[in-house]
Design a protein around this ligand. Sequence first.
Ligand code: NAD
Length: 701
Amino acid sequence: MSQASYRQDGEIAVITMENPPVNGLGFDLRTGIDACVRRAMADASVKAVVLTGTARAFSGGADIREFNSPKSTASPNLMELITLIEGADKPVVAAVGGLALGGGNELALGCHYRVCAPGTMIGLPEVNLGLLPGAGGTQRLPRVVGAAKALDMIVSGAPIKSEEAFKLGYCSKLVEGDLVAGAVAFAREVLASGAARPKIRDKAVDPASMPGGADAFFAQAREQIAKTYRGYPAPMKNLECVEAAVKKPFDEGMMVERTLFEELLRSTESASLRHAFFAERAAAKIPDVPEDTPTRPVKSAAVIGAGTMGGGITMNFLNAGIPVTLLETKQDALDRGIATIRKNYEGTAKKGRMTQEQVEQRMAMITPTLSYAALAQADIVVEAVFEDMAVKQTVFETLDATMKPDAILASNTSTLDVDRIAGFTKRPQDVIGTHFFSPANVMRLLEIVRGKATAKDVLATTMALSKKIKKVGVVSGVCDGFIGNRMIEQYSRQAGFLLEEGCTPQQVDGALERFGFAMGPFRMGDLAGNDVGWYIRKRRYLEKPDLRYSKTADLLCEMGRYGQKTSAGWYDYKPGDRTAYPSAVVETMLVEERARLGVTPRQVSDEEIVHRLLFAMVNEAAYILEEGIAMRASDIDIIYLTGYGFPRYRGGPMFYADTVGLPKVVEIMNGFAANPNADPSFWKPAPLLAKLAAAGKRFNG
Ligand code: NAD
């Protein structure tokens, strides 16, 4: 069945795109539009054409269901369709409502006129997938809205609303009410005034849109992009296209666009970004919990503990319009927690991202309490008290005794056994782990820990809730540290060994940051507080006395160097200044520790540093996959992209290992095992990794 419908309103043909949900420009829709346009051209009774979509979307661009399939470029491809429309001998008016993104926007730009519904989102977001608009978008948009605005839109990928687009000259009219009727009326006006068919390709880019002249404008933009988008090739290629739109004739500009598009399409960075895009969608799917699993209503929440995490978790609920009852044991802790939440909101208001009225509205949605009776009716309760099993036990026993039936009982524990916690209640089916990341109101990741007994509807509800509070929910099974922290432990252990072998903290951090991490392990430790890991190590390594790890981090904590909060950690800090300065005290501690161990320091390359840390994690991840703690390799990638500052253009640790090639990863690990300082058993490839490498396969399909 055709995905484009055709009707006639007097002398105007109306072509409607019908490929829900967002009129993705897949093969069937393109074929449908092509046939309708040809029919309109061939029919003498038709004098003009209106091309439109649904109220939800003119078109969201390429049909992602066809991504990477030959259908996505099969004729008529988008470029051919746009050429057909632009060259048509009757005026074509795009009636644009909902959204016009990517290829959808390029299609609208290929029409002779555009009229828009108010509130329509218009953009070219291809850069988010490491690409550029490859059907003339980079050449036509600057000719319509000017170079500066087009560059901003194309490089950031951020859409603008039609109200702004109208002011910039993107469309001829904003139509209130019935968009198609307005577009038909507009087409009649066009016919009445001579049926002109203006083509954007014939226009020049307005020189006034490049303050200081084209050369100075692009030189400055280049500098800015190089700084802002380190590691991402697409923004600069997008700039080159916009510059071509300014400096070259249209057809030559189109050739530049085509060449650079193909270069990007073949790049590892784009492959990584596309992987990340699909991985995020895949993470929402749980094979044995179908999408239509009924969910429990969540209209109110409660949070236990108003500390670092409890405060941030509360804010997530408030931001989504869910009122929160916040419980503490003591009034002063409660007051402090509430004051921190207020301070955070006021900071946002000061930056102009919230009004004072909104601050008050959010604060009014918190009910502070010292009594469990006040939260008994909450639909979900999230526990964020001290990381101590005895404390968790008291809290969950009390929750079991007080909460209404069917309430979801969630724990924010970062390391403890969720099944044991569930066992403190008579309703283990209602217990789940919700592992937020710090700062909880900022970080997008939510590890959702599925206990042995967790009911499917509890899991489905928590997944849906994660979306509502704008988090990326990823399911993990129960194990110490769950997916993310279990892997990071191996990364941290290697970072410690590197110090023993001769590296400085700044050298290790530098290598990881050049690889693209927001922060290396030592700067990260200083930010989060080195004491947190110290307590965890004390517990963990007591249980595993044979496990080798570097004592350097313990020695650091024994000196009271907890990080930024004590103005001293792996680095020195000046009060009120987050700049990390290399520390002579730490250097001396490292020299002494190496002497104690009898290690002769050696030069370690950046490449070795990165591979040691990453492949240590990847090997642990292979166990995590094999044990079924993670459902799929791409979930692990998403955890690292959204919770640990892993560079998105590298696709996540598993995708990175796939990019290097698993046989090569194993070969490199074998090399590390030969290092005299290494524990060879550490570098023994996990069975899954060994199996995939031997078969020449990848983690990600
Ligand atoms: P925190 O010390 O900042 O806050 C804990 C709060 O709980 C304190 O305000 C304390 O007064 C309160 N509290 C203690 N016992 C209580 C009880 N019985 N009833 C009510 N309130 C009680 O700790 P945090 O960093 O917010 O960590 C809380 C939980 O979140 C822990 O399980 C931790 O492992 C986990 N977590 C922490 C982080 C992090 O980066 N800080 C990240 C993820 C998860």
